[in-house]
Design a protein around this ligand. Structure first.
Ligand code: NAD
Length: 237
């Protein structure tokens, strides 16, 4: 099998750098044909990977799938490029607007895509457990408490909102609390509080490679899929 040609969008960020490193370690599976950064990159080629500025997006070479971990203002151009090229998109960018979510839904009629607030296997399982607990504990208070590093811009985190939606789908009213401290990669606690008792479901990510690895795995699975919007758990095995 030929290596999958990847475009990494948001390449200079924490996640972008993790993706480039992990893809580079598996060069039989992945070939990064374009690393896209917000500003004009210097140097233009690093470890054999060609870099492009966001303003040069229209001119990037052919790719099999794009992986986007940028910020909401970078989301529209990469979605538009994937639709124009008929290429799959994997995006982990959180904090996107309602309008951007609508555009994502529209794009899923023409390309295969995954937009997920969390690419870890543990959180996919946690969401299922939360849904189950919420339907088994009607009337209990449900709180999602999340902690992240001080550089994280959106709050509550996208993952907290996804977990809240999982509880909400079982009828719970959910409240959120966010902490920003030090270099915490990501911690989520979903707390169910009844009279005289409490259940806590907790996930701790200790390394951001877990998200990058998940995104690369999903990207590989998305190539050759029919157009549509897929969840991480649809593509796990
Ligand atoms: P970061 O701030 O380190 O990196 C963001 C990068 O995006 C920066 O390099 C920035 O220059 C780039 N960028 C911004 N606007 C751009 C544009 N218009 N065009 C191209 N690039 C642009 O952030 P990070 O920690 O790497 O996280 C990136 C995103 O991924 C955030 O939205 C974060 O919440 C999300 N995230 C998601 C998961 C997940 O599993 N879904 C995990 C971790 C982080």
């Amino acid at each position: 099998m030929n290596a999958i040609r990847l475009l990494i969008h948001g390449a200079s960020g924490r996640m972008g750098q993790a993706l480039l490193r992990l893809a580079g370690e598996q060069s039989d599976r992945y070939q990064v044909v374009a690393a896209v950064t917000r500003r004009t990159p210097s140097p233009r080629v690093v470890d054999g990977v060609p870099y492009f500025a966001a303003s040069e997006l229209a001119g990037v070479p052919a790719f099999d799938v794009a992986i986007d971990f940028s910020l909401p203002d970078g989301f529209d151009p990469i979605l538009a490029l994937c639709v124009e090229r008929g290429a799959p998109l994997v995006s982990g960018t959180t904090g996107i607007s309602g309008q951007q979510a609508t555009a994502l839904n529209q794009a899923s009629t023409s390309i295969p895509l995954v937009w997920a607030t969390n690419f870890s296997l543990g959180v996919a399982v946690l969401a299922e457990l939360v849904e189950r607990a919420a339907s088994a504990l009607p009337g209990w208070d449900v709180d999602v408490v999340e902690s992240h590093h001080v550089h994280k811009k959106d709050a509550p985190s996208g993952t907290a909102l996804t977990l809240g939606q999982a509880a909400g789908s079982a009828g719970a009213q959910v409240h959120y609390a966010s902490l920003r401290a030090g270099d915490i990669v990501g911690e989520h606690t979903v707390q169910f509080t009844g009279l005289g008792e409490r259940v806590e479901l907790v996930h701790r990510a200790t390394h951001r490679d877990v998200f990058a690895r998940g995104a690369l795995h999903v990207a590989q699975k998305l190539v050759d899929r029919a157009a549509g919007s897929y969840r991480v758990r649809d593509l796990l095995d």
